[in-house]
Every structure is written in C-alpha cells, then in structure tokens.
Design a protein around this ligand. Structure first.
Ligand SMILES: [Zn+2]
Length: 282
C-alpha cells in the first residue's frame, strides 16, 4: 500500500476526506474534485484480489450478461454512429459480451482480460483473441485500432492517465475511445452515513471515482479531443428524470430514485464518455 500526496490530474496536494470504510478512505481533491482511494493497494495486492473478482457459475454469467445487455447495445450504437466497422480492442473484456456483439456487427475484435476465467470463457464462446495481463506491457502496435473500449475498468486502474495515453497511442488518428464509468460520489455524498452500507466504491476495488469534469481532464491529458459524456446513449441535457429511473438496474439505485422522487440520481449513475484521438493535419 502507498499514499499519493498529489492529485493525478491537477497536482494539488489538498484533499478532503469524504468516505471511510474500514482501513480505506476516499479523498476528494479540493481543486479539481477527483476522488481517490487512500492508501492505494500495491499492483501485487490488486492482482491477487482480481483472481476471484468475476463470478464463475454459468448461471451468474448469464444473469450478468442480461444486466449488461442494454449497455452493450447502446454502446455499439454510439460507436457505429461515429465509425464504420474496423478493428476494436476491449480492455477488461470480462466474458466477452461486448466483443461478441461487435463481432456480429462486422468488427474485427480482440480483448484484454486479467481474469483467466473470463479469458477462457470468451475464447470458448466467441473464438476471439484475448490477451492476458495489462495494456501497457503488451506493446501493441501504434495507430492500429479504430476503437478502444473500457467498460467499468477506468475506476480500477492505479494510473488511469498513463493507460489512456497508451490507448491514444494504439488508436489510429481520428480513432474513438469509449469509456463507461460509475459516477458514485454524488450518491455517496447525498446518502451520507448510509453510503457505508452500500459500499458504492466497492472498496478497495475502485481506486478513483470520476465526474464529467475530471473525466474530461483525464482524456485531455491523454491527448484526446471531441470529448463528450453521455448517459445511456443520450447526451446529458436531453435526459428526463423518468428515463433515468428506467435505465438504472439495481435495488440501491431504484430505491434512492424512488425515495427522492427521481431527483437524487441525476448526478449519480454510470456515464459513457467518448473521445477521439487527435487527427493530424499535415
Ligand atoms: Zn485535482
């Protein structure tokens, strides 16, 4: 475990404690608002904890696939609105739900997955190449993908900035990154002490919690442009409260949504951010 003294995004050393669960605390940067776990588990501690992260009964995998289905379909449509079929890499591909969808839509797909269970499953079910290990250690060729996706991965990374820089490097100029991320801090702040019971940060698994602003800062720092944060495939200003309730799965979200008559979840559900690798004009 180690302590970071400076904010990854803005360099500030002033933080406020916003959440505590056992030995883990969550600190919010006073300047940019980035939330992070403190102390951070070491890479070795993280590797250990992911060996048992994915469920492995067939029944549970099917339930998970059904729950992810709307996200998979909406994300596929978002990508297809921006790019014709090409080469796609899904980082943290899990059981390959998204790879399966994109392969059916004519994309040439591959994945990266740390869990052996996930890799075996995806290889057997959809017959695609899944790399083991981490993006940074694979040294994939530069300018080689039309799209790179990360579903519920960015919040787990010890250095999301260097990962997104590597994503940028392997994308073709004009290529698209799609990042799906939980936005838990507004709910944690609104539910106060209750949030301890819900464990929204899934401590110690979520190392960071982003907001639309800090996600934009992260992607700008990794040399992306045309950064847009969407919810369920709709842009933020178009969202109506009733849609919010319907796109959320899970008892907690539903309960808070009902309790607050739809008001509270507005800032606090998963977001999708898309961004383009800067296209050089020369
Ligand atoms: Zn900061």
């Amino acid at each position: 475990m180690h302590h970071n003294n400076h904010c990854l995004l803005c360099g500030s050393s002033r933080f406020r404690l916003i959440h505590k669960r056992g030995q883990w605390t969550y600190l919010r940067c006073r300047r940019c608002g980035l939330v992070r776990l403190d102390p951070m588990p070491s890479p070795e501690e993280l590797r250990q904890s992911y060996h048992t992260y994915l469920p492995d009964s067939e029944n549970e995998v099917e339930k998970w696939e059904a729950m992810m289905r709307p996200v998979v379909v909406k994300s596929a449509r978002i990508i297809e609105a921006e790019s014709p079929p090409g080469r796609l890499l899904d980082i943290g591909s899990g059981y390959g739900f998204f790879l399966k969808e994109m392969k059916q839509r004519g994309w040439e797909v591959e994945g990266i997955e740390i869990s052996e269970t996930g890799r075996q499953y995806a290889k057997a079910k959809i017959g695609v190449n899944i790399h083991a290990g981490q993006l940074e250690s694979l040294s994939l060729p530069r300018d080689s993908f039309d799209a790179v996706t990360l579903f519920y991965v960015i919040e787990h990374l010890s250095d999301p900035l260097s990962t997104m820089k590597e994503v940028n490097r392997i994308l073709k100029p004009g290529g698209l990154a799609l990042v799906r991320w939980p936005h838990s801090t507004p709910i944690v702040r609104l539910t106060g002490p209750l949030s301890k019971r819900f464990d929204l940060y899934h401590s110690p698994y979520h190392l960071y919690d982003f907001s639309p602003l800090t996600m934009t800062m992260l992607l700008e720092g990794a040399h992306f442009e045309a950064i847009k944060t969407l919810v369920g495939g709709y842009t933020l200003p178009d969202i109506r409260i009733n849609r919010w309730c319907s796109i959320i799965t899970g008892i907690l979200a539903e309960r808070i949504c009902l309790m607050s008559r739809g008001r509270i979840l507005i800032p606090g559900v998963s977001k999708t951010t898309i961004a383009q690798k800067i296209e050089l004009t020369s």
